[in-house]
Design a protein around this ligand. Sequence first.
Ligand SMILES: C[S@@+](CC[C@H](N)C(=O)[O-])C[C@H]1O[C@@H](n2cnc3c(N)ncnc32)[C@H](O)[C@@H]1O
Length: 252
Amino acid sequence: MSDDMQLLIDLHLRNVRQGPGSDSATEMALALAEVQAQAGLQVADIGCGTGAATFCLARHLGGMVTAVDFLPDFLTELNKRAERLGLAEQIRTVEASMDALPFEDASFDVIWSEGAIYNMGFADGLKAWRRFLKPGGVLAVSELTWLTEQRPEPLTRHWNDAYPEVATAGQKIRDMETAGYAPIGYFPLGTESWMDTYYRPLQQSFADFLDRHDHSEQAKALVNAEQAEIALYETYSDYVSYGFYVARRLPD
Ligand SMILES: C[S@@+](CC[C@H](N)C(=O)[O-])C[C@H]1O[C@@H](n2cnc3c(N)ncnc32)[C@H](O)[C@@H]1O
């Protein structure tokens, strides 16, 4: 693994979340999904990081949550936290890439993924994961979304370069329909899901992170890149957020 990747893991490992989101947003998506809690429920959390959403799902849904990530350090941390929270019995971790999931068809009642599907692309992810859902099962994913049709040019240019699939909710919902899902609902994450639960704690961790790495040029460059991303978000939060999308798998 590259030094840059190791640094990125070290920066994010200690935090509650590795991307925008919050328990209240997860709960709102659960309310939209109207999944009834039950012991036998099979849930997957793909790109789980250290498990913020995994724990929320386990608490609210009962059942078994399969937490998937391709970074073993995050999964080790997730398992430690699950023990501390008394949720270990309900959670199993699977180290796998989201584009090669090792599951049987129709394994899950619910597939969840917060801030992660972009790693394989929204449309490709929807298509690839569909077969792992039982017909009628629920998919809930958060994804970078334009909040407005018209936007400042520098913002549009930045995200079109960094993630060309960025689009409005209308387009994302259309993508779900095309991929064989019936959309149930969408809502944009509020600024608290970016600032209070993700960016502020991250900023508070920069000093210790730089100390751990003797203020190396690489570590400073990573912190500067994160600060630039935060500044971009703060400047343009009226125009861009993550959208939470909830849909049901249609039968074949
Ligand atoms: C922005 S973080 C979100 C983590 C977590 N869902 C949260 O909201 O805190 C994206 C996660 O996707 C994982 N990831 C990235 N590419 C992946 C891949 N190809 N397969 C599985 N996980 C991946 C990363 O390791 C990371 O944990």
